[in-house]
Design a protein around this ligand. Structure first.
Ligand SMILES: [Zn+2]
Length: 351
């Protein structure tokens, strides 16, 4: 099935497969029961072309003509959001054509339960990712178990759809004591950049980067270009989710790297140099770490977050090289790659 309202490039590769099983599960009834029971419908649920984006689709529910639903009566559809776990139930009135129509918001895969009176049916909807998921080489180490799940929510709107805003009170509260503390640059000099990105799972996600206000416009531009060329990310969220670094000040960058998380601001010392208190350029929100799991840092006495990708030089669309589109895009926007000091995940802003 083609998604008619998607941009052509996505519509051509996005498909929806359905496994539809419906049966009114009433047990065998006596003649007397049947006389008293309301008419038992046999419902059918089917998918029609989605209306708005890769997250939405339309469902039509109808009954066997021998026992039609009552026009104007309500049918319901419920489903669980795979990302948030929230259950949504919506009603739709049966139309004059004996069809109830639903607009469902889904992501990845969901099962929709449709009901009319005592009759129910379930429709399993597998919304295939618009792009092919990226698989690591079979002998590559897995990310640390606790961080392997991609935490980021679905994309919002078409394209990169980037926004830049002041830090909300909620954002500040989650940063204080983790990525920010007294003595760091003012929270007012930082911005939250939100941007859609292509995930390793082939779906588009909404990413959040905390950056210095001075570099936010260039970050916005660069990440819009990265969305355009389809560069993939494991995750892109503020480092505060990983808690405080147990060794020193700042949020736990070791965990963020182990998660393969792309991030900018973290008011911390350089990793492995905490004791000598050498500030990291991330402390001012002018340095960017991209896909650290596949792009290690050769720190003093350590290769972080793992050495496999460095030792093997294995290729992956996530691995950054000098000629990679990601490097060219960032260079064009004023960022210098950290390969010259063996930090392959790192870029810093030169203006
Ligand atoms: Zn860095």
């Amino acid at each position: 099935m083609q998604f008619r309202h998607l941009p052509l490039s996505m519509a051509s590769i996005l498909c929806v497969s359905t496994a539809l099983v419906m049966q009114n599960s009433a047990e065998a009834a006596t003649t007397e029961d049947l006389a008293l029971a309301p008419t038992a419908q046999t419902l059918t649920a089917r998918l029609v072309a989605p209306a708005t984006s890769e997250r939405a689709f339309q469902l039509e529910v109808f009954a066997d003509p021998s026992a039609p639903m009552g026009v104007g009566n309500l049918s319901s559809a419920s489903w669980t959001d795979p990302h948030t776990g929230a259950v949504t139930t919506v009603d739709a009135a049966v139309g004059a054509d004996n069809i109830a129509r639903f607009q469902i918001m889904a992501w990845k895969s969901i099962a929709v339960t449709v009901a009319y009176g005592a009759a129910t049916t379930q429709l399993a909807v597998d919304v295939a990712p618009p792009r092919v998921p990226i698989k690591a080489p079979s002998n590559a180490p897995l990310q640390q178990l606790a961080y392997r799940t991609n935490l980021d929510p679905p994309a919002i709107g078409a394209g990169a759809n980037s926004t830049v805003m002041m830090l909300s009170a909620q954002r500040r509260a989650s940063m204080i004591g983790r990525s920010w503390h007294r003595g760091c640059i003012s929270l007012n000099s930082l911005r939250e950049v939100q941007v859609n990105y292509w995930g390793v799972d082939g779906y588009r996600h909404r990413g959040i980067l905390i950056a210095n206000a001075a570099v936010a416009p260039s970050i916005r531009k660069a990440f819009t270009s990265m969305h355009k060329v389809g560069y993939r990310f494991r995750s892109m969220h503020p480092v505060d989710v990983y808690g405080k670094n147990v060794i020193s000040i700042g949020a736990n960058d070791y965990a963020s790297m182990a998660a393969g998380n792309t991030s900018i601001f973290n008011c911390r010392y350089q990793v492995t140099k905490e004791r000598s208190r050498i500030w990291s350029p991330h402390a001012t929100g002018r340095a960017l770490d991209i896909n650290p799991w596949e792009n290690p840092y050769l720190a003093r006495g350590a290769i972080l977050p793992n050495r496999w990708w460095f030792d093997t030089r294995a290729s992956s669309p996530l691995v950054i090289r000098g000629a990679s589109p990601v490097t060219k895009i960032l260079r064009a926007n004023g960022w210098r790659w950290g390969a010259w000091f063996k930090d392959y995940q790192h870029f810093d802003y030169r203006g």
